[in-house]
Write a protein of this length. Structure first.
Length: 79
């Protein structure tokens, strides 16, 4: 699926596994679902961590995050 950086508008948070900003490329939108108050967007960080973003009129918040896959391609932690 297509990456969409600006559409989710996460503010100033970083992936705890790779250190990459949550609102920066690369991330991939896995699925998007409408809710009564906005939408839920499932994304995958470049390191493989799956994220659930709650999007409403106030912006986007990551409400859940998985660990990256064991074969994660890269990490910025410690750089």
């Amino acid at each position: 699926m297509t990456s969409t950086t600006g559409a989710t508008g996460t503010t100033g948070t970083f992936c705890p596994y790779c250190g990459w900003p949550d609102d920066a490329e690369p991330f991939q939108v896995v699925s998007r679902h409408g809710t009564a108050t906005g939408s839920t967007v499932w994304t995958r960080c470049g390191c493989g961590s799956l994220q659930v973003r709650s999007v409403d009129e106030r912006g986007a918040r990551i409400v859940s995050r998985s660990r990256p896959a064991d074969d994660a391609p890269w990490s910025r932690v410690g750089q």
